[in-house]
Design a protein around this ligand. Structure first.
Ligand code: HEC
Ligand code: HEC
Length: 395
C-alpha cells in the first residue's frame, strides 16, 4: 500500500475473525468502565490497528482484577514501599516520565528506562534485551530484583500474601482452588497487563477505520515520511491490516552513552597499586557487565553488542524520556538523532543512515508520532485505580 493513502488493505479472513474476537473481549472490559464513566467508550474498539490476538476469557478477567490490585499494591515489595505501578505509572503512559532510568526500592537507580506495559501482550520477547518470553514468569524479575522490589525469595513474598486478609480466597476463586503461588501470582499480573489494550489512535482510525479525516495534512505528511524517506518503518513496522510499530528484533542505534563507556577499567591489586584492564579482559573473567551491553548479555553474540529491541511507538508521546537509558528527552530529540543517522557507535545498524530532513519535515514526523495516542488511554488510566470486577459484567 502506498504511503499517505488511508484505508485498510484486504485482511485475511482468519485474521479478521481473531481480531473480531479480541475486540469483543476488549469491548466487554470497556463496557464496565464506560458504564461507570457514563461515556460512549463501549462503542470504541481499543484493539483497532493492533495485530489479531486470542480473546481473554471470563475467568481471565477475574484474574485481571486480582492482578490489577496486585499491580498497584506496595506490599508486594520487601519493605512495603514499591509497587509495579510506581514505575509503570498509568498517568505517565504506564512508564515513568520523571526519570531517565528507573528508580527502585530505597531510591536505588536501575540502568534502564522504564518501558510502557501498554500493549505488552503483543510483545513476544520481553525486556529491552529480550531475556524473558512470558508475562507470567517476567513478573518475578522485578519482584526479586534487589534494586526493584527486593523480595528475598518467592516463598517469602507468597507467605506474606497468604497472610493478607484482603486477598483471602481471591487466588482460590480466580484459579480453581489454587492458592497464591509463583504461577498464580504471575498469571494474575499477566492477566491484568493483557487488558492494557491501547490501539485505536487517530492514526488507526485513519488507516484501518476508514476515517479519512482523522489525521490532518501535516500528520499524513509525517506518515509518508515515516514509511518513506525517513526510513523509520524499516524497523517500526506498519502493515496493511495492522501496525505493531516494531519488528521485535534487535538493532544497534548507538543511542545512549553505554557503548562509549570506558574501554578500560582501573582494578586495584593492592593498596595504592592499580592495573588497567580492557573491558574485554574484564568480561573474560567476570560476566557482570560494566555497562549496558544490551542483547549481547543474553546471547553473547558479538553482533548483539549494544543492540536493543525495537520498541513499539504506540502512545509514544506519553512515554518519554526515550531510548533504553532515557537519554533523549523529547520526540524532537529522537528525530534529530535519526537525521544524524543514529549515534556514532561501532557496528551501528546499516539500516540507519543520515537523512536530510528540513524543519517542517521534522515537525511532520513528530506530529505523526503524536497521533499514535490511543483513544482508550483515559479509560485504562481510570480503571487502573478502581476495581472493575465489582460490577456484574466481568464476573
Ligand atoms: C523500579 C521500577 C520498576 C518496578 C517496581 C517494576 N518495573 Fe517493570 N520494568 C522496569 C524497567 C526498567 C524495565 C526494563 C528492564 C530491562 O529491559 O532490563 C521493566 C520492564 C517490564 C516489562 C517488560 C516490558 C517490555 O516491553 O518488554 C514488564 C511486562 C514489566 N516490567 C512489568 C512489571 C511488573 C508486573 C512489575 C511488578 C511486579 C514491575 N514491572 C515492576 C521498571 C520497573
Ligand atoms: C534500524 C532499525 C530502526 C530504524 C530504521 C528506526 N528505529 Fe527507532 N528505534 C529502534 C530501536 C532498536 C530503538 C530502541 C533503542 C534503544 O533503546 O536504545 C528505537 C527507539 C525509537 C524511539 C524511542 C521509543 C522509546 O520508547 O524509547 C523512537 C521515538 C523512535 N525509535 C522513532 C523512530 C523514528 C521516528 C525513526 C525514523 C526517523 C526510527 N525510529 C527509525 C530501531 C529503529
Amino acid at each position: 500500500m502506498s504511503p499517505g493513502q488511508p484505508g485498510p488493505g484486504p485482511a485475511q479472513p482468519a485474521a479478521q475473525t481473531a481480531r473480531r474476537a479480541a475486540r469483543g473481549i476488549a469491548r466487554c472490559v470497556f463496557a464496565v468502565s464506560a458504564a461507570t464513566a457514563g461515556s460512549n467508550a463501549a462503542l470504541a474498539d481499543p484493539a483497532l490497528g493492533l495485530p489479531p490476538r486470542a480473546a481473554l476469557s471470563r475467568i481471565e478477567l477475574v484474574r485481571a482484577e486480582l492482578g490489577r490490585q496486585l499491580f498497584f499494591d506496595r506490599r508486594l515489595s520487601f519493605n512495603g514501599t514499591m509497587s509495579c505501578g510506581m514505575c509503570h505509572v498509568p498517568e505517565e503512559g504506564f512508564a515513568s516520565n520523571a526519570s531517565q532510568q528507573a528508580v527502585g526500592i530505597e531510591g536505588r537507580s536501575l540502568r534502564r528506562n522504564t518501558p510502557t506495559v501498554l500493549n505488552v501482550a503483543w510483545m513476544s520477547d520481553l525486556f529491552l534485551d529480550g531475556r524473558e518470553h512470558s508475562l507470567v514468569t517476567q513478573a518475578w524479575s522485578p519482584l526479586l530484583h534487589p534494586d526493584e522490589m527486593a523480595n528475598p525469595s518467592p516463598g517469602h513474598l507468597l507467605a506474606r500474601l497468604r497472610g493478607m486478609a484482603d486477598y483471602a480466597g481471591r487466588f482460590e476463586r480466580a484459579f480453581g482452588g489454587r492458592s497464591a503461588s509463583m504461577d498464580t501470582l504471575g498469571e494474575a499480573l499477566a492477566a491484568y497487563q493483557r487488558t492494557l489494550v491501547a490501539g485505536d489512535s487517530r492514526f488507526d482510525r485513519w488507516r484501518y477505520g476508514g476515517q479519512s479525516q482523522a489525521l490532518d495534512a501535516q500528520e499524513r505528511r509525517g506518515f509518508a515520511l515515516f514509511t518513506g524517506k525517513a526510513r523509520c518503518a524499516l524497523c517500526h513496522l506498519v502493515g496493511d491490516s495492522y501496525a505493531h510499530f516494531t519488528d521485535q528484533r534487535y538493532h544497534v542505534t548507538g543511542a545512549g552513552a553505554a557503548w562509549q563507556a570506558r574501554t578500560s577499567i582501573e582494578v586495584p591489586l593492592a593498596p595504592g597499586v592499580n592495573t588497567t584492564l580492557s573491558v574485554t579482559d574484564r568480561e573474560a573473567y567476570d560476566r557482570a557487565p560494566v555497562h549496558d551491553l544490551g542483547r549481547w548479555e543474553i546471547t553473547l553474540d558479538p553482533r548483539d553488542r549494544y543492540a536493543f529491541r525495537t520498541p513499539s511507538l504506540r502512545n509514544v508521546a506519553r512515554t518519554g524520556p526515550y531510548m533504553h537509558d532515557g537519554s533523549l528527552p523529547t520526540l524532537e530529540a529522537v528525530v534529530d538523532f535519526y537525521t544524524r543517522g543514529g549515534g556514532p557507535a561501532p557496528d551501528r545498524s546499516p539500516l540507519l543512515v543520515p537523512i536530510a530532513l528540513d524543519a517542517s519535515e521534522r515537525q511532520a514526523l513528530t506530529a505523526f508520532m503524536r497521533a499514535l495516542d490511543s483513544q482508550a488511554l483515559p479509560a485504562l488510566i481510570r480503571r487502573a485505580r478502581s476495581p472493575y470486577a465489582s460490577g456484574a459484567a466481568v464476573r
